[in-house]
Design a protein around this ligand. Structure first.
Ligand SMILES: C[S@@+](CC[C@H](N)C(=O)[O-])C[C@H]1O[C@@H](n2cnc3c(N)ncnc32)[C@H](O)[C@@H]1O
Length: 969
């Protein structure tokens, strides 16, 4: 069965690559969408402005997919095509299938290593960003820079830096172009602030390191923040939830940074200083909370892009509202979403003041449309002041005309607007634990009329399995009648949530947990939560390619027990916010809730996760209708070029695939039809969600067109492009001969690939030495030079019997731990893969090491790779893990395990726990000495985290200050 699954995954990969190729090299006369080139018909439905007409900057085809080895260029037409919906869908399937495939075949222990030692990845990434190595490499140009020269500039020890950069290169974040010479690539170039290295150093010397992030797209700040305070916070998950025993648990962040001030209060300077780590000068501005606060603000500047462009318009049928309806933007921040809606549905006289128009003819709903909606944007005082200022500067007409107004309001207190048509909450609930979130919803329910709608905009986490009982009694019925609930992202054998392709939403979920004790929610969770506060969810909408959803709910009676639990009397809903239940438990719970709110209250003046920090320009507002271009990127050196069009924002990964209500290939019967939604809005409005029956959207390579939402589990075959083509890009298929799997015997023999290709992940590395059992050859005799001597080039006998390679441990291929050589192979494999384009290595390319041969199977270096003469040196052979008995593992784990090699998962940091901080502080060196002076953990001195194993106990000693390293995150 497993092989069958692998073949299915392989077919998904091949098919997805075909899809991409069709977009990048469409047939003559077609746009990359596969549409005939024609002007879209001006019309009234969503599809008509879902895609603007092709602009002069329409990419010329054929194109090739962007190179991993070249810097990211958002203005590159090939890069822009990556947001094409067919490409997005294909990418998702590739990421999901490849991730699942790798995890299926990889030795389980290595998967564990990838996850539990993956903490090295954010660590190295942080150093890359903080040492401004990306800027140094950008300035060095495409030839790259030797690590010694990088070291001379950024001051990081050259020998250490080489290994750090190599780990990053092994994970494809940078490139080792030749031995110890590194360049940036498509990924690391995103971290480029665009500032010159000298400039950054000058700011650092002036105590203004945050200047590096000013006027950037926020990626370098985001990476800095994630790999610093958020990474360290996550390491304390176990302390917070298991060992500390506090009720409710304090967020892991507070354990990591030894503060109870709350994340934002701490950022704002309350609580202990962040820079008391030994070895770091107290006045090093790079570790102060001021620096981190500034960095946070910049990091958040791009989070509006979580929401797929145009999603707010398709997430709710705004046109079904009565003219003059009142829309309350609860916790609306500076009112960015209201601004978009006001532009669309209220008098648009302000639009001229919003900046330049996009280069295509706008046909957004703001044209000739004035439904006279009124907007009330509620937030905390300090935010309201910021919002008013921003609107005054950009579109005072809306304020002057009364179309929009700001209102200071604490959403934990009774809602003052009693006649709202819509309460709109964008990324509010994800900031709060359930109790507080329920409280917010109850306050809105109190003020709702029978016709009031609640619209929640947040990530909607899918389950990792099929939600088979949705809507059925066994599933407790919460999803019964929820329009759109039956979506799933992928059929078997892929995970229902598209696995690794959806990772980002789950990263975000845990980030909300570790910083605020908050969370993203599944639809089931949100529906249950809403129901407990008197709201029945009736509809959920996702934009294609996004897990960010819009959830619509209508008022229903509040369950009695929820009124009691929340302190809401049965006679009146308008009650104090503290639970008034007389019993002790009620009082205790009330105090706990207040404590959570107080701890979190400091965030109210600060941009928080998901908040938009800029008002949209008219350009962006209109582009959002187009669904493809949202924000003018400020990527350094690459964007903002005169005349350059706006780059697309990177789309949120996951793609919702097209609906297909048929029996799946796995035999799943069609689920029964849901009851009609209680939302009785008339359909056919211009902003209604696209349906399969909608006219086909016009072609545009620049602005992706949304496929209809998928509602049913589909068969594997339907997952493939034809289903998407039906919906959005009816490209006449290329001669679509889906090749048989290259693994199958019938598959045509692909071009030969040199035997040195990294075709098989042998034990530990892709390096295999063929040696004779009788030979005394061992890696000890190998040169340790980063490059291989040419005489070691592929002279050895060809593998003839793959089985030979794995017969017994004594005949196992021996593996080497020579990072430079590994990198060299990586490079050659890279070259190979480029040559081979998208072909998947065939069996012919899989070199299973045979039994021994005294020769190495390496081929010569590519001409581009400078080869240094070998420096023979004794190199201890890294034993195959399988050869080592468990005690060796324990004793010599450091020498057994190599760094995770590509092909494994992303950096799982969940397992890092307190190890991280210990290693980070170098505290392990001092455990013994420090522990001597400490009281025993026998009750006399209680360990801070309730006692633990040795590492945790050591961590506890550090916490008590008993260890000489006073490290701090
Ligand atoms: C993640 S932001 C979302 C802002 C806005 N909805 C958006 O989409 O950009 C959360 C917002 O909740 C606001 N907030 C936090 N606590 C609040 C409270 N007790 N009452 C009202 N607003 C609050 C914050 O000030 C912040 O603007």
């Amino acid at each position: 069965m497993s092989l069958a699954v692998l073949r299915s995954l392989h077919a998904i990969l091949a098919d997805a690559i075909d899809d991409i190729q069709r977009v990048y090299t469409p047939e003559k006369g077609q746009t990359p969408n596969g549409h005939d080139r024609e002007e879209p018909v001006a019309g009234g439905d969503a599809a008509s402005y879902a895609s603007p007409p092709p602009s002069p900057s329409t990419p010329r085809v054929p194109l090739d997919f962007p190179l991993l080895d070249a810097p990211y260029d958002p203005n590159d037409p090939a890069e822009q095509l990556t947001t094409h919906p067919v490409v997005v869908g294909a990418i998702n399937r590739i990421v999901a299938a490849a991730g699942q495939m790798a995890t299926t075949v990889q030795a389980p222990f290595y998967s564990l290593c990838d996850a539990s030692m993956g903490y090295n990845l954010p660590s190295c990434l942080r150093l890359l960003e903080a040492s401004h190595t990306v800027e140094i490499l950008r300035e060095a140009g495409p030839q790259g820079l030797h690590v010694d020269l990088i070291s001379q500039r950024n001051g990081v020890d050259s020998a250490k830096l080489a290994h750090i950069l190599r780990l990053l290169a092994t994970h494809h974040f940078i490139r080792e172009r030749s031995p110890n010479v590194f360049t940036i690539n498509r990924i690391s170039s995103l971290v480029d602030s665009g500032k010159s290295f000298e400039e950054i150093k000058k700011w650092e010397s002036q105590g203004r390191p945050e200047m590096k992030y000013h006027d950037t797209n926020g990626v370098s700040a985001f990476v800095g923040m994630c790999t610093d305070e958020l990474f360290k916070s996550s390491a304390y998950l176990t302390e917070a939830y298991l060992l500390a025993g506090t009720e409710p648990p304090r967020p892991p962040f507070e354990h990591a940074f030894r503060t109870d001030a709350g994340f934002f209060a701490w950022l704002e300077g309350q609580g202990p200083s962040a820079s008391y780590c030994s070895g770091i000068a107290d006045d090093d501005t790079r570790t102060t909370t001021k620096f981190r606060l500034e960095r946070f603000g910049t990091a958040m500047s791009g989070t509006g892009s979580w929401e797929a462009p145009g999603a707010v318009f398709n997430g709710f049928n705004w046109r079904a509202l009565a003219p003059g309806s009142i829309i309350v933007d609860v916790g609306g921040g500076i009112g960015s979403t209201s601004m978009l809606l006001a532009n669309a549905f209220s008098h648009s006289s302000a639009s001229t003041s919003l900046g330049p128009s996009p280069p295509f003819s706008p046909r957004g709903p703001n044209e000739n449309e004035d439904l006279g909606f009124k907007f009330v944007i509620q937030d905390r005082e300090v935010v309201v002041a910021m919002g008013e200022k921003a609107w005054r500067a950009k579109c005072p007409e809306f304020l002057d005309s009364g179309t929009a107004r700001f209102q200071v309001h604490d959403f934990f207190t009774p809602q003052p607007i009693k006649n709202a048509a819509v309460f709109f909450l964008r990324v509010i609930l994800h900031d709060w634990p359930d109790a507080q979130a329920r409280h917010i919803l109850l306050r809105l329910r109190e003020a709702a009329t029978p016709d009031t709608k609640l619209v929640l905009a947040d990530f909607v986490l899918p389950l990792a399995c099929v939600d088979a009982d949705e809507g059925e009694p066994a599933g407790n019925g919460v999803l019964e009648g929820v329009d759109g609930a039956e979506s799933m992202l992928a059929p078997a054998p892929l995970l229902a949530n598209l696995g690794k392709a959806s990772a980002n939403a789950y990263w975000m979920d845990l980030t909300m947990q570790v910083t605020f004790s908050a969370q993203e929610r599944t639809l089931r969770e949100t529906t249950t939560l809403a129901l407990s506060a008197g709201w029945k969810v009736v509809k959920v909408t996702h934009a294609p390619g996004s897990l960010f959803g819009h959830i619509v709910a209508v008022p229903v009676p509040i369950p009695v027990q929820c009124r009691a639990r929340a302190g809401i009397g049965s006679a009146s809903l308008n009650v104090p916010s503290i639970p008034s239940t007389a019993d002790e438990e009620g009082i205790r719970r009330g105090k706990v809730e207040l404590a959570v709110i107080e701890r979190a209250s400091s965030r109210c003046g600060t941009p928080t996760f998901g908040s938009r920090t800029d008002l949209p320009t008219m350009y962006e507002a209109r582009a959002r209708f187009g669904g493809g271009v949202a924000k003018r990127s400020r990527l350094p050196g690459l964007v903002g070029r005169p005349g350059a069009g706006p780059p697309p924002i990177p789309s949120t990964r996951p793609s919702i695939l097209k609906q297909s209500a048929v029996i799946t290939s796995t035999g799943t019967p069609p689920l029964k039809r849901k009851k009609p939604s209680p939302l009785s809005f008339p359909t056919g409005g211009r902003l209604s969600s696209p349906s399969p029956a909608s006219p086909k959207p016009p072609a545009s390579p620049r602005v992706p067109q949304p496929p209809p939402p998928m509602k049913r589990r589909m068969s594997l075959a339907q997952l493939r492009s034809p289903s998407q083509e039906d919906a959005m890009s009816p490209a006449p298929p290329l001669p679509r001969q889906i090749p048989p799997s290259p693994m199958s015997p019938q598959h045509p023999v692909p071009p030969p690939i040199p035997p040195r290709s990294l075709a098989r992940r042998a034990s530990h590395a892709h390096l295999t030495i063929r040696h004779s059992p009788t030979s005394s050859f061992s890696s000890a005799a190998l040169p340790s030079s980063p490059s291989l001597p040419s005489q070691y080039s592929q002279q050895g006998p060809k593998s003839s019997n793959p089985a030979h390679g794995s017969t017994s441990s004594s005949h196992r291929p021996q593996t080497l731990s020579r990072p430079a050589s590994l990198a060299q192979l990586y490079q050659s494999a890279n070259a190979t893969s480029h040559r081979a384009s998208s072909s998947i290595p065939s069996r012919q390319s899989i070199e299973v090491p045979p039994r021994a041969s005294p020769s190495l199977s390496y081929s010569p270096c590519t001409p581009a790779t400078p080869v240094r003469p070998p420096t023979p040196r004794l190199a201890p052979r890294r034993a195959s893990l399988a050869q080592l008995p468990p005690p060796s593992l324990r004793k010599h784990s450091g020498s057994v395990m190599g760094p995770p090699i590509n092909g494994g998962s992303g950096a799982g940091i969940g397992g890092a726990i307190s190890m991280v901080s210990l290693l980070e502080r170098g505290a392990a060196l001092n455990f013994g000495a420090a522990a001597e002076g400490l009281p025993q953990e026998d009750g006399e001195s209680e360990p801070p985290f309730g006692g633990a194993g040795s590492v945790l106990a050591a961590a506890a000693r550090i916490e008590r200050g008993g260890v000489s390293c006073q490290g701090s995150p």
